[in-house]
Design a protein around this ligand. Structure first.
Ligand code: S3P
Length: 170
């Protein structure tokens, strides 16, 4: 399969792993959020603030259909992308889906340190509140994430090597 979709909650390392994996495979790398921002000349936060989440999800689906035209590519999806419309089914029929799986506590620790202004859904959330928000979101989103063909939970290096081996053996 020459098209790989990395899926998972915010903070699961999709972009970091995606870039390294693409380099190792000699594939291109596409980050869906970056693709949306460059196409619409607005940050994801601006789109949420000006047009709302419903409009963002439509732009995100459109972006998914565009990037799924590429071959030999690793695509890092937005954390919510698999959970709207038929996006998860679409990805499963257009490439290999990989879920980067972490607990709410692990994600909260990573996200606490990241820039909140880049993630409108997490703006103003910290500590216990942040962890509770993630736990609640994850419990709903896992229904979709679990439809991925494979899942990985290790550190960045282990995950890149694991996915690389998986693809090389196909
Ligand atoms: C979102 C995740 C973000 C971005 C947007 C919404 C989500 O991407 O698409 O802020 O609903 O989980 P990352 O997962 O790359 O942070």
């Amino acid at each position: 399969m020459n098209r790989i979709f990395l899926i998972g909650y915010m903070g699961s390392g999709k972009s970091t792993i995606g870039k390294l994996l693409a380099e190792k495979l000699g594939y291109s790398f596409i980050d869906m959020d970056t693709h949306i921002e460059e196409k619409h000349f607005k940050t994801v936060s601006q789109i949420f603030a000006e047009k709302g989440e419903t409009e963002f999800r439509l732009l995100e689906q459109q972006c998914l259909h565009e990037v799924a035209e590429f071959e030999n590519v690793v695509i890092s999806t937005g954390g919510g992308a698999p959970c709207f419309f038929d996006n998860m089914h679409y990805m499963n029929t257009h490439g290999l889906t990989i879920y980067l799986k972490f607990t709410a506590a692990e994600l909260a620790k990573r996200l606490e340190a990241s820039q909140a202004n880049k993630r409108p859904l997490l703006a103003n959330l910290k500590g216990r509140e942040l962890q509770q928000f993630i736990a609640h979101g994850l419990s709903k989103r896992e229904l979709f994430y679990k439809q991925a063909s494979h899942s990985f939970s290790g550190d960045v290096g282990e995950t890149v090597v694991g996915i690389y081996k998986l693809i090389s053996n196909q």
